[in-house]
Write a protein that binds this ligand. Sequence first.
Ligand SMILES: Cc1cc2nc3c(=O)[nH]c(=O)nc-3n(C[C@H](O)[C@H](O)[C@H](O)COP(=O)(O)OP(=O)(O)OC[C@H]3O[C@@H](n4cnc5c(N)ncnc54)[C@H](O)[C@@H]3O)c2cc1C
Length: 392
Amino acid sequence: MTQATERLDNEAVTPEEEAQILDSVRKWLARDVKPYARQLEHDDVWPAEMVEQMTELGLFGATIRRAYGGLGLGASTYSRIVTEVAEVWMSLSGIFNSHLIMASAVQRFGTEQQKSRYLPQFASGTLRGGLALTEPDCGTDLQAIRTRAVHDGEHYVINGTKTWISNGIHGHCVAILVKTQDIEPRHKGLSMFVAEKGPGFTVSRKLEKLGYKGIDSAELIFQDYRVPAANLIGGVEGKGFVHTAGGLELGRINVAARGVGVATAALKAATGYAQIRKTMGKPIHQHQAIALKLADMATRTEAARLLVEQAARAYDDGRRCDMEAGMAKLFATEAALENATEALRIHGAYGYSKEMDVERYYRDAPLLCIGEGTNEIQRLIIARQLIERNPV
Ligand SMILES: Cc1cc2nc3c(=O)[nH]c(=O)nc-3n(C[C@H](O)[C@H](O)[C@H](O)COP(=O)(O)OP(=O)(O)OC[C@H]3O[C@@H](n4cnc5c(N)ncnc54)[C@H](O)[C@@H]3O)c2cc1C
């Protein structure tokens, strides 16, 4: 499905409905998440109750078309939800976002049979999962993947290892990128399948992380795992790289939206603390060194928000937006990292304490610069687009 047809479908959602959904999410965050997030994160506990609540709110179907039981939200509203959730606890946004990137591969590129089989289950959260691209020896260079699928009658047999897979432990399935042929160019030998857990598909270990706790990141092993040939997304071999690239614009807008959430949280914490902490007889925001930091943090946050809105609007309008999504991802995630660092410094020793949330922002933010294409790669994409769009 093209972005334009996605947009038409999503026009069924009225602004009033969107406002209502946003309002429900805000109330849920204030009531059921904010009071508990710090402890759950500290203990690195998978938030089962919150996942249940996210299911009830429809978040696992947020961008899935209404025809398949989803909320049918466009990128603009969805990215606002992601920002709000990430402002309270970034890991929660990862749980439904990774799932929706998997769903988006089926929604945009799946056969009718695959859509009607999987999308309602994805939308209701009965079948949750993520996207399995990365391997121990490759992340950025996906064309170098080694996990292989060999056609065998009604099935393909998959062997290989995937790593860093979000929702890998608690999810039920993944959209997996595999090699089906050794050909040049290499990307034409890649295919994508929906792989449900079963014999031969095992979780070998949970990966321990600096931040982004609560959500499970896992290494997955596929050993003579048999996936039905009917699960080859789109029904044709060799399209896996296209399916992956097709989800990147939206994926990058969503990571950027998370960046705005973390940048906002850090800004709010610093703005509040700077008014109550006094040194030399006055609140620290009255010291110019701190005031300048706050001004820069606020400006970065607003600029990031506008870049995300611009990219999401372009996406919803069906316009090509790889440059806009890349800029939003680059700027918003660096803004999150800078704001988190400055918030920690403004809090002095308390910023280093486990009793405050700013240390969590400081641990969560760097991930945003790595996922969905590192920020080094975003710069390369932006530069390439710049030249392509401005030939002399
Ligand atoms: C918490 C977490 C969750 C994740 N979730 C998932 C998931 O759900 N599914 C999934 O598939 N993956 C996931 N990943 C993996 C993530 O997508 C990869 O880590 C990312 O793509 C980078 O790949 P890499 O780590 O192999 O780094 P590499 O590709 O080895 O890159 C190393 C460094 O070299 C730079 N570099 C690489 N190539 C170039 C180039 N051509 N030009 C300039 N610089 C370059 C990179 O920017 C980086 O700084 C997750 C990772 C983490 C940490």
